[in-house]
Ligand binder design. Sequence first.
Ligand SMILES: [Fe+2]
Length: 429
Amino acid sequence: MLTQASKVNANKVFSLARHYRAVRRRTEVLCEPLSAEDYNLQSMPEASPVKWHLAHTTWFFETMILSAMSDYRVFHPQYTYLFNSYYESIGERLNRSDRGLLSHPRIEEIYKYREYVDTYILHFLEAEAHHLSGNILTAMDTGLHHEMQHQELILTDLKHAFAANPLKPAYKSMDYDASDEIPAMRWHEYPEGVYWIGHDEEKEEFAYDNEKPSHRRFSNTFRLASRLVTNREFVAFMEEGAYARPEFWLSDGWKLVQEKKWHAPLYWENLGGKWWTMTLGGLREVEKNEPVCHVSFYEADAFARWWGFRLPTETEWEIAAKTVKPEGNFAESGRFHPAHVKSLAFTNSPSQLYGDVWEWTSSAYSPYPGYKPPQGMLGEYNAKFMSSQMVLRGGSCVTPKEQIRHSYRNFFSPDSRWQFSGIRLAGYL
Ligand SMILES: [Fe+2]
């Protein structure tokens, strides 16, 4: 007879199995518009081919969950070498820049690999439903959230590859609504005080190790912009000589502007005197009221300085976001592009905090006080990247909604532009 505790555990496992099927399926649905040629594109070392993403997420489950089972046989003995991303504790691996050379294994083989691992995982969950340990549950949850991160990367990396093609192909055809009018930028004020920051461990929802432990931070009085910075506002910055005036830039940023000849956000092209940009629906004219996107931390910081403001710290962002439901223009909208603010009314809290674009903060990505990386392979997931990166918050139009919480910390190097990254202003009072 089942004890009450094991029944609860079994229910959790059954819903985990349902969740697993749904998340894995979502990845494959994202690939439906793709041709065989699309699957293998790698436009730069930081971006991976779709085929690699499909296999790597599968390898993650195989390595974290199945490899510990005595009767499990790996699908292919060389796949760890091909599809290990950065786990030193697992062993040597293919150079990141060589992922686009993998014409073999074929796409069909990768889908067979996914099916093989799915069958074992679901069988394992069913067989172990009454005995599953907390560690395995955490590993499964991490694998699913990891797969969601790669769903976002599939779209982000494809956009970069398609933008590099002179034909500017579309991932799929899309209609984008425009707007003549959006609200003026206004300000929300937050009082000074001590605030709890990070993941509340009393909550059952999933969180990565880098969101923990929950801790207190003092914040001075600050104000946060009521909406994101738009393309129109960024064009105004450009027209005032943004990329030609060193006084707006951090030293490293100014060096990059000159070296890389940056003159506009990534993907922007001036055609016949008008700005056009690449979208997942193909090349289209820049819509002035949409949030500016594909800017580096340096561009975000320079813009803020030009306008007499600054970027928020991640603490400030979280103080504001904690009181707002994580709803917005996420991947589920199918738009895959930032959208203009829909309502002209001034609301109680800032608009667009979640979805649309990842918001650069002025905070360096570092451990929270008392942070301890997890044991084993998962200890390498976040902890070893805690240098030379800046924190971004809030998710974007290609982020699955389920992935985002007020405490979620994304991080990229300050020169990165291929993520869907944009700008929210902050200021002192
Ligand atoms: Fe990964």
